[in-house]
Design a protein around this ligand. Structure first.
Ligand code: ACO
Length: 324
């Protein structure tokens, strides 16, 4: 018998305000056709004034708990992936713990930018396998609209806000690939690549929040190559290939990156979950958002083999293979 982190439920939250590409045409030298053709994005959601990352993460967590049929105090730990916290501290995770009315357990944030959810999921799996927690809420929540330079057309049209969450539970299973739950993961980073994707402000440097800066072409080049490689690495750890995968659920940054990665993995687009057209790039929230949307609309069903893969600032990148 082997302990597995099995997914009991999924949930998500998207802010009410939907911003179509055409809205940027009023203030920037850009247009809907360019954004669609280069990115696949058609619209994104932006948080309302005063609406925070912990508000959205709490809503997604409630949705996931309802899906799992659990109450907040059934949870032992909350791990939140975010780069856009409400405050410098305390963590978004402890704020969500409080908003959920959860009176026990522990909560903390992890930060690996757009790869954050893959890192958080792997981290939560570690908590479960080491016996630290039996049930973990893993949340990705972001308000990237707060770190956009609205005069920079090369970045501000790409991102959106939102949150997604999964509930994991320890279960004793067979130890084979037939088990439900997390089967393998692969994490990587390369700090030499800082300058191609970063935010130009922070507590110990400028004491400002800063704005996102990106060399899009360079990030694109790294993304297609590294995402296919990390997915391959995670699958190889358990003797699987792209042929064994029911769904790729990629980080939703750009449709061209998603297609390029799937093609390198030999997986047809009919087996890839794509939400980038509706959400834009919601950084660490994009994978749990896509998982929850696909689960709720019936694309993902119990026992499907899923590979998630993501890359973001750092650079940091990785993938997780799981059976739903
Ligand atoms: N509207 C119109 N024109 C634009 C826009 C826009 N919104 N943005 C850029 N352009 C122009 C550029 O200025 C350039 O013009 P020029 O040739 O006169 O200089 C031209 O379009 C082509 O620009 P490129 O940067 O070469 O366009 P590219 O095809 O590379 O697409 C994009 C740009 C969409 C940013 C792409 O490079 C990309 O998606 N990169 C990866 C980004 C990504 O995935 N980031 C997520 C990681 S997330 C994280 O960790 C936060």
């Amino acid at each position: 018998m082997t302990t597995r982190s099995v997914i009991l439920g999924a949930g998500h939250y998207l802010p009410e305000r939907v911003v179509p590409n055409a809205e940027f045409e009023k203030s920037l030298d850009t247009d809907d056709a360019w954004i669609r053709a280069r990115t696949g994005i058609e619209r994104r959601h932006f948080a309302a004034e005063g609406e925070t990352t912990s508000d959205m993460g709490t809503a997604a967590a409630r949705d996931a708990l309802a899906d799992a049929g659990l109450a907040p105090d059934d949870i032992d730990a909350i791990v939140v992936a975010t780069s856009t916290p409400d405050l410098t501290f305390p963590s978004v995770a402890t704020m969500i713990q409080n908003k959920l009315g959860m009176t026990r357990g522990f909560a903390y944030d992890v930060q690996a930018v757009c790869a954050g959810f893959v890192f958080a999921l792997t981290n939560a799996n570690g908590l479960i396998l080491s016996g630290q927690a039996r049930r973990v809420l893993v949340i990705g929540a972001e308000t990237f609209s707060r770190i956009m330079d609205w005069e920079d057309r090369t970045t501000c049209v790409l991102f959106g806000d939102g949150a997604g969450a999964l509930v994991l539970e320890a279960q004793e299973l067979t130890g084979t690939n037939a088990d439900r739950g997390i089967l393998a993961s692969d994490l990587n980073s390369d700090g030499r690549q800082k300058d191609i994707l970063y935010v130009d402000g922070g507590v110990s440097s400028s004491q400002t929040t800063g704005f996102l800066r990106m060399q899009g072409k360079e990030v694109f080049r790294h993304a297609v190559e590294k995402l296919a490689q990390t997915a391959h690495n995670a699958l190889a750890k358990i003797g699987m290939t792209g042929d064994d995968v029911d769904w790729i659920v990629p980080h939703q940054a750009n449709l061209r990156i998603i297609k390029g990665t799937a093609s390198r993995m030999g997986v047809p687009m009919s087996r890839v979950i794509v939400t980038v057209q509706d959400h834009g790039n919601t950084s660490a929230a994009s994978i749990p958002l896509a998982l929850s949307v696909a689960w709720k609309c019936g694309h993902i069903v119990k026992n499907d083999v899923i590979v998630t893969e993501a890359i973001g600032g750092g650079l940091a990148w990785g993938s997780v293979v799981l059976r739903w």
